[in-house]
Design a protein around this ligand. Structure first.
Ligand SMILES: [Zn+2]
Length: 427
């Protein structure tokens, strides 16, 4: 391999978009599910037989490229192309290949297969880098079968003990995570957490939202991941006849559930900026037309890129719930279902992604990620950034999830050029 010392040579390199697209299609055939209008989605829940088949296909491609493939104790797979400096830490890219039950072919898969395409491009063009370049796929990112989500990358960075993770029981079946790893042959010999952190981590992912498409922008430069606060509120009042009970004597959990829903919408306007709020589940009992409900259980999902504002939103919600409980004479018990602080990606690496995309001639926009990603875990141990490509109609976790071949190629080219700079292409 010859080191390419001419700046312009490596800047002219591009991925093979068709080769990448064909791999996305081939991986999508495993666990494929069809929609009513011919959409092609994907169901490969973590550590199922379909996941094993998908893993086998991707690790086969990794080995075909002559990469060193390591499988760790939680089933994370890392494939590495060596650099010219044996002591240098690797530049890593990657994502996940597990999906939700009604998933698409792009979520996660794009980032892994684009990483593979970057490495194949380097191989084909005989481009050497000082640092090794690795592509990883992390176990159980979706958390659809084993909660919490982003599990493999969480353990990879030492955020959860391996033994604890291996002992997690499946949400909907009798399986234990550690047993399933052994069953599908992906309980690997390498230590997890990893022995050494990467030099940097850059992940390509579909946006999974409507912003890039809405604004006609090709590349999203992700500045960080929103903080998430999930609360379940169980409201207990008194079931009563809808016709005979005067309004002043009611203790109506249904009314309180609706009032909270309205309140959090108002809160987003009051806090402006990046605050979003969702009441996604309302379970009213007995759920009858002529009965004042006895109970209502609701969930409130609050997200913000700013931790201080997220705390303000949580406190405002608590105060309003207490006020409503007293006014309506109901009791409310509150339970936290999830709480993650916002993650800010490395400003230098974020700026590198932005400059690289612009030099390639793509329109860019900075934005936060509304969803969780493996990158937010890697951000705990190394400089990290993400690249987003548009999602048609903003759809994801949906069989109609789609990203155009042009946008897939654009995202992979930004990934290629970013990784080349991080890995020191020119000595
Ligand atoms: Zn994903």
């Amino acid at each position: 391999l010859a080191l390419m010392t001419d700046w312009h040579d490596w800047q002219d390199t591009r991925v093979d978009g068709e080769r990448l697209w064909n791999r996305i299609v081939a991986l999508g055939e495993i666990g494929a599910i069809a929609g009513p209008n011919g959409e092609l989605g994907c169901a490969r829940l973590a550590l199922t037989d379909a996941d094993r088949e998908g893993r086998d296909l991707v690790t086969g491609w990794m080995r075909d490229l002559g990469l060193t493939v390591t499988i760790d104790a939680i089933g994370n797979v890392v494939a590495t192309r060596p650099g010219t400096d044996p002591r240098a830490a690797a530049v890593m890219t990657g994502s996940h290949i597990d999906t939700v039950a009604t998933g698409g072919r792009f979520d996660g898969n794009l980032g892994v297969l684009a990483g593979l395409e970057v490495i194949e491009t380097l191989e084909t063009l005989d481009i050497a880098t000082r640092r090794p370049v690795s592509v990883a796929f992390f176990t159980d990112e979706e958390g659809a079968r084993f909660a919490p989500d982003m599990l493999g990358s969480l353990v990879y960075v030492g955020g959860m003990a391996l033994e604890e993770a291996l002992d997690i029981a499946a949400t909907d079946d009798d399986a234990r995570l550690g047993d399933e790893l052994v069953r599908i042959g992906y309980a690997g010999p390498f230590p997890c957490p990893a022995a050494a952190a990467p030099h940097a981590y850059v992940e390509l992912h579909i946006e999974q939202g409507p912003i890039l498409e809405d604004e006609g922008v090709t590349i999203g430069v992700v500045e960080g991941v929103q903080g998430i606060s999930w609360t379940e509120l169980a409201i207990t009042g008194r079931s009563a006849h809808a016709g005979t009970t005067p309004m002043r004597l009611r203790r109506d959990p249904g009314f309180v559930a609706a009032a909270i829903t309205t309140f959090v919408r108002g809160l987003t306007k009051q806090l402006a900026g990046a605050q979003v709020a969702t009441v996604g589940r309302i379970d009213v009992r007995p759920n009858l037309v002529n009965v004042v409900p006895a109970t209502a259980t609701i969930t409130v999902d609050l997200r913000n890129t700013d931790e201080a504002t997220l705390v303000v939103a949580e406190r405002a919600l608590d105060a309003e719930v207490a006020r409503l409980a007293e006014a309506e004479s109901v009791s409310v018990t509150s339970r936290s279902l999830a709480r993650f602080e916002p993650v800010e990606f490395d400003p230098v690496t974020v700026a590198l992604v932005e400059a690289t995309a612009q030099r390639l001639g793509y329109s860019t926009r900075r934005l936060p990620s509304g969803a969780g990603h493996d990158a937010q875990m890697l951000a705990r141990v190394c400089p990290t950034a993400m690249i987003f490509t548009p999602s048609v109609d903003g759809l994801s976790h949906n069989i109609a999830e789609h990203t155009t071949p042009e946008d897939v190629t654009a995202g992979a080219n930004v990934l290629l050029q970013t990784l080349l700079q991080l890995a020191d292409v020119a000595d």
